[in-house]
Design a protein around this ligand. Structure first.
Ligand code: DQA
Length: 149
C-alpha cells in the first residue's frame, strides 16, 4: 500500500472565479485564490494533499467528481453555486460516488431569495454549510479529514 497522503478536493462552480469583485456585500472581499490558499494550507496541516478546481461548466464539475472518486479522494468539498438550485445531473454525480461530499455556500442561502432555499444537491451530500463565508470550506475540510482518519 502507498503511504502517499490521500487528497481532499475542493470544487467551485460558476461565477466563483469572480469572488472579491462579485457582489462583495454578499460574498465578501476574499478572492478564490485566497480561499484556495487557505484550503491548501489546512489540508496540508491535517496531513492530506489538496486539489482545487473551478468551472462554470456543469459537465466539468461532474467529471471532476468522478475523477475524485476514481483516484481515491478522501473527500470533496463542493460549492455548486447556481447549479445547487438547478442541477439534477450534479446531484446524481454526487450520489454516484462513494466519496463523502460536503456542500458549502459562502452566503446564507436560506436568508436570501426563495429560489436559493432549494438545493437539489444537498440530499446527496454528507452535510451542508451555508453562511459562514470562507470558514465554511475550512470546517468542511476538517470534517472530511476527521472522517477519513
Ligand atoms: C452560493 C449561493 C448560490 O445561491 C449562488 O448562486 C452562488 C454562490 C454561495 O456560495 O453563497 O453562486 O453558492
Amino acid at each position: 500500500m502507498s503511504d502517499a497522503p490521500k487528497t481532499l478536493w475542493v470544487l467551485h462552480g460558476p461565477n466563483l472565479d469572480r469572488l472579491g469583485r462579485r457582489e462583495p456585500e454578499v460574498y465578501g472581499r476574499q478572492t478564490l485564490a485566497d480561499i484556495d490558499a487557505a484550503c491548501a494550507g489546512l489540508a496540508r496541516a491535517l496531513g492530506f494533499a489538496h486539489e482545487s478546481r473551478q468551472s462554470a461548466h456543469e459537465g466539468a464539475l461532474i467529471e471532476w467528481l468522478h475523477e475524485a472518486a476514481d483516484t481515491g479522494a478522501a473527500g470533496v468539498v463542493i460549492n455548486p453555486a447556481g447549479y445547487t438550485h438547478t442541477s439534477v445531473a450534479l446531484r446524481d454525480a454526487i450520489a454516484a460516488i462513494d466519496v463523502p461530499v460536503v456542500e458549502v455556500h459562502l452566503s446564507n442561502v436560506h436568508a436570501r431569495e426563495a429560489f436559493r432555499h432549494v438545493s437539489l444537491t444537498a440530499a446527496a451530500c454528507a452535510g451542508t454549510i451555508a453562511g459562514l463565508g470562507a470558514e465554511g470550506y475550512l470546517a468542511a475540510l476538517r470534517y472530511l479529514a476527521a472522517r477519513a482518519s
